[in-house]
Design a binder for this molecule. Sequence first.
Ligand code: WTA
Length: 660
Amino acid sequence: MAANPSEKKETRFYYPSEEFAQNAAIPSMDAYWALCKEAEEDYEGFWGKLARENVLWHKPFTKVLDETNPPFYKWFEDGKLNVSYNCLDKNLENGNAEKDAIVFEADDGTVTRLTYRELHKRVCKMANGLKSLGIKKGDRVVIYMAMSAEAIIAMQACARIGATHSVVFGGFSAPSLAERIENAGAVAVITADEQVRGGRYLPLKAIVDDALAMIDDNKVKNVIIYQRTGNEINFVKGRDHWKHELTDSQSDVCEPEWVDAEHPLFILYTSGSTGNPKGAQHSSGGYLLWAIMTMRWTFDIKPDDIFWCTADVGWITGHTYNAYGPLAVGGTIVLFEGVPTFPHAGRFWEMIDKHKVTIFYTAPTAIRSLIKASTEDTMVAPENYDLSSLRLLGSVGEPINPEAWLWFYKHIGKERCPIVDTFWQTETGGHVIAPMPGATPLVPGSCTLPLPGLSISVVDETGQELPNGQGGILVINRPWPSMIRTVWGNDERYKTHYWPEELGGRLYQAGDGAIRDPQTGYFTITGRIDDVLNVSGHALGTMEVESVLSAHPMVAEAAVVGKPDDLTGESICAFVILKKELPEGENAKDVAADLRKWVSREISPIARPKEIRFGANLPKTRSGKIMRRLLRVIARGEEITQDISTLENPAILDQLKKSL
Ligand code: WTA
């Protein structure tokens, strides 16, 4: 049973305003439950109807779901479509031609706008350029670029000709890039001369050169370079092409290549806990459908919205909620090249003000760092900007601790904007658990309920569903349209990793722990399964402890890891970043004692960190995820031997090592 807003209002819930609810795609919990019921009663009928109503099919499908070879499910298999046609041509035909598709703000603040008509032309020229090099349907193209309209144009151009793209985040090192190019068997790489972040020029093309030199079986015949900064690069004749030279003389019309619904639109690599990265392979039809539906349902997108998702196109969030979803619904997106702290930590708020952003979607880690920044310097606080254009906020990537949620709600949304805490993964293609902003009563720290049509449960190690209130493993019970289709080139890994035998082989295991609220059924993600600690036989989510630590008035951010302990099996080591300066000596001891008492009081003495280390920052990936595996090594006092190529701030490791 879930909360019903029409019942007597409970104080722990945050409700959407009447006005918001009235205009929303899903205006009430009754409407939400009606959709859930529809899906439950006729699963294929539900999805089939949505797919017919929301996607333009070149050839309609006759079968919705093929479950004959689990877990290799097929959706809308005999239908044909083109994703780029659905994102661009559709908008030329339905009156959006002169509407801004992309509002791009460069690192230095320069703004460039592209209407749907212009974007369509640019994509067609690029698509024709790719074709002129012999790149065709089914080929893999790696895109190694920074945030730019050009990156989206490259992705859309691949989609237009049926080439499968694999975007590699522009912060990855040459060996990581090489590994991905090789694994994908890419025939071409699209890149830029350099990228600009926080006032600094960083190489891209030079890294591509290094990466290609590392590959034994190199299939890359062409490298296409977008000239971003104009600084000199090494140009390999015959292989390298300037993007402008390749595309300028091309026709701005390119017939889309109609592909099967299951045709791989893209491969996106995601790091496994061990071993090489996994290439999550996504489809065309099912993926597009879910990108569209979640834009409508979770983001309640309207024609006048200005949608800003801060995620880089190198991550799944940037794929679904920058490159595809918003365009497929005729939206206007803001795209930002730079970093939230340059030239000052008020940049996000300044940009919301400047572009009159209405929907703002970002990550908890960004929110927490901006809370810290505005505590230290009131000049960059959100109060200095006009944020009245906002009507909806979103969070993604990790659990948002209630403290950060409340700050976001109060200081950015002015207690007016619902927050959609969206739980999903690279592998799920789009949101799977998230509030419907016009309907779902919100609870800070909970991603609330599954999207309509999705069946999600918490189970034990044998796959048995657990009652609400009991923590366990998060699983998705039935295939859904935007699900990962396989691990590129490795069906076995897909099968064993995501559909484990122990759970019966028919449940998709997300890899996260979760618990449902006894009254509402709301989900709270307790952290990756491998992040669950066991102290004296008590299971504790690292997130649970972190969330409490972060709620302490002195704390900006905290990460918690387990450490083997003779007495208790595992003990808790907490890495804490204070809002103020790094404490030393006696002061550090006092603060640590204070924090221990606090955790004791807020959770239980069992959750009290045995060790507390203070740092200036935490080791994070370039997408902002805390690298707990490195913290585990530091906590154990071992040498770091793992790959740290994805680490944003390697210098922090030394400081943390000395922090004991
Ligand atoms: C975590 C990002 C709690 C989770 C879209 C998941 C979250 C992993 C949330 C996927 C959220 C993402 N609450 N945890 N709202 N969103 N996660 O593939 O552990 O980069 O499994 O996809 O991020 O990360 P990925």
